[in-house]
Design a protein around this ligand. Structure first.
Ligand SMILES: Cc1cc2nc3c(=O)[nH]c(=O)nc-3n(C[C@H](O)[C@H](O)[C@H](O)COP(=O)(O)OP(=O)(O)OC[C@H]3O[C@@H](n4cnc5c(N)ncnc54)[C@H](O)[C@@H]3O)c2cc1C
Length: 381
C-alpha cells in the first residue's frame, strides 16, 4: 500500500483547492510545489482578483461560478477568514460588442440580477467613470474581489488540518504510471500514489508534454496607482470594472487600503514562459495604462505605487482545460486558465477531486475538455 492516495502537483490557485477538497474527503494527500508558500512566480499572486457572474466569455461558466461563490463562502466559515468582498461590477463596452452582449446573454439565460446603464447614468451612480457616448455598461451587483494569496493560504492550511502532507520548494521532474497508480520523481526523491492531479499553471506544458496542449504563456503587467481623487475610487463608490474599448481589453480594481487603484490590460502581452518572463516593467507600459485611465477614469492615475508581472496560460479559444489524461485514468489535470481562472479555483478544486476519486463530476465541464483543442497550433516558445 502506498502512503498517499493522491499526489497534487502544483499548489497554486487550483492545486491548493484540489488538495483541500481531497484531504477534507479523507484522502491521504501529498502536495508538492516547486517554490515557497506564497511565492510570486506563477499566476496567483497580486493581492486581488475579480469575481463576477454575468460571464461574457460563455454562459456555460455561470453554474460553475455560482458554485465557486458557495464554496468561497463555505471556506470563509471553515477558516474564519474573510476572502471575498462584494463591490458590484461594471462590464463596459459597445452595446454590440462581445463583452456587453456576452454579459447580457449570461445574465438573461441564468436569471442573474443586472442593470443596463447608459453613460450618463454610469456617471451619476459611479462618478469615477467617464464613458464615451458609444459605450454602455452592464452592472452586476454580485461581482467583487477575492484575495488570492489568502485563498491559496486558507486552502493549504485547511488541507494540512485535514491531514495533507504539503511540501514546498520541491520540484517534480516528471511522472510515470506505475501499475494502476503513479510515480512522481522530484529533485528530492520519488513518491507513489493511486492518483495524480496536475495543476501546474504556466508550467503545465512541462508536466503534460505528451499531450502537446496548445498553450501560450503571456506576460501580464499590473500597475497600482495612487488615485488623485481617492474619494471616488474606494470600493464603496467604485465597482470592479472590465472594459472592451477601442484601446483594447482592460480591467481594474477600486482603491483598497494601501493598494491604490489597480489596472491592467487583458488582451495583449509578450509571449514568454515561466523561465524567460521579463520581470521589469518599463515606462512605456506604465504610460500606456495611464493614458487609458486618464480617458475613462480621470483622477485614478496619480503616482505609481508599485508594478507587478504575472502570467496568463492561454488556450486558443481562451477557455480552460479540465480533463482526465486520455491514456491514464489515474491522472487528471487542469490548465489553460487564460487569465480568468482564479474566481473558479474553489470549484476547480472540487471538480479535480471528483475526477481523481470518482472518475466523474456532477459539474458541467464538457465544454472544457481537451478534445476540443487542435494540438497542431502549439505555441510554446
Ligand atoms: C495579472 C493577472 C490578473 C488576473 N486577474 C484575474 C481576475 O481578476 N479574475 C480571475 O478569475 N482570474 C484572474 N487571473 C487568472 C488567474 O489568476 C489564474 O487563472 C490562476 O491563478 C491560475 O492558477 P493555477 O493554479 O493554474 O496556476 P498557479 O497559481 O501559477 O499554480 C501553479 C503552481 O504549480 C507549481 N509548479 C509548476 N511546476 C511545478 C513542478 N514541476 N513541480 C512542483 N510544482 C510545480 C508552481 O510553483 C505554482 O505554484 C489573473 C491572472 C493574472 C496573471
Amino acid at each position: 500500500m502506498t502512503p498517499h492516495d493522491v499526489i497534487v502537483l502544483g499548489l497554486g490557485g487550483m492545486g491548493s483547492a484540489a488538495a483541500y477538497q481531497l484531504a477534507s474527503r479523507g484522502r491521504r494527500v501529498l502536495g508538492l510545489d516547486a517554490f515557497e508558500r506564497g511565492h510570486a512566480r506563477g499566476s496567483s499572486h497580486g493581492r486581488t482578483r475579480i469575481i463576477r457572474q454575468a460571464y461574457y466569455e460563455a454562459p456555460e461558466y455561470v453554474p460553475l461560478v455560482q458554485r465557486a461563490y458557495q464554496l468561497w463562502r463555505e471556506l470563509e466559515v471553515e477558516s474564519g477568514r474573510g476572502l471575498l468582498r462584494i463591490t458590484g461590477g461594471l462590464n463596459v463596452g459597445r452595446p454590440d460588442g462581445a463583452l456587453v452582449a456576452g454579459a447580457l446573454t449570461s445574465a438573461r439565460q441564468h436569471g442573474l440580477p443586472y442593470e443596463y446603464l447608459e453613460p450618463t447614468v454610469v456617471a451619476e451612480r459611479f462618478p469615477a467613470f467617464r464613458l464615451t457616448d458609444d459605450l454602455v455598461a452592464v452592472h452586476e451587483p454580485e461581482a467583487g474581489i477575492l484575495e488570492p494569496e489568502a485563498c491559496v493560504g486558507v486552502h493549504l492550511d485547511l488541507a494540512a488540518r485535514h491531514g495533507a502532507d504539503l511540501r514546498h520548494g520541491e520540484r517534480a521532474r516528471g511522472w510515470s504510471v506505475d501499475g494502476s497508480g503513479v510515480r512522481v520523481d522530484t529533485d528530492r526523491g520519488a513518491y507513489t500514489a493511486e492518483r495524480l492531479v496536475i495543476a501546474a499553471g504556466p508550467w503545465a506544458s512541462e508536466l503534460l508534454v505528451d499531450l502537446q496542449l496548445p498553450l501560450a504563456v503571456q506576460r501580464v503587467v499590473n500597475i497600482h496607482f495612487e488615485p488623485i481623487r481617492p474619494e471616488l475610487f474606494g470600493p464603496d463608490r467604485c465597482p470592479v470594472h472590465i472594459w472592451e474599448i477601442p484601446e483594447g481589453q482592460y480591467y481594474g480594481i477600486p482603491a483598497l487600503p494601501e493598494q491604490g487603484v489597480k489596472f491592467g490590460r487583458h488582451d495583449a502581452g509578450e509571449i514568454c514562459n515561466p523561465h524567460t518572463i521579463r520581470r521589469d516593467v518599463d515606462a512605456e507600459e506604465i504610460e500606456a495604462l495611464r493614458t487609458v485611465l486618464d480617458r475613462y477614469l480621470p483622477g485614478a492615475a496619480g503616482d505609481v505605487k508599485w508594478t507587478l508581472t504575472c502570467m496568463y496560460t492561454n488556450t486558443p479559444d481562451r477557455h480552460f482545460v479540465i480533463d482526465r489524461h486520455p491514456r491514464h485514468d489515474q491522472v487528471v489535470y487542469a490548465c489553460g486558465f487564460s487569465g480568468h481562472g482564479f474566481k473558479f479555483a474553489s470549484v476547480v478544486g472540487e471538480t479535480l477531486a471528483d475526477l481523481a476519486t470518482d472518475g466523474e463530476t456532477r459539474h458541467p465541464i464538457a465544454f472544457l475538455s481537451a478534445g476540443r483543442l487542435d494540438s497542431s497550433v502549439v505555441t510554446i516558445p
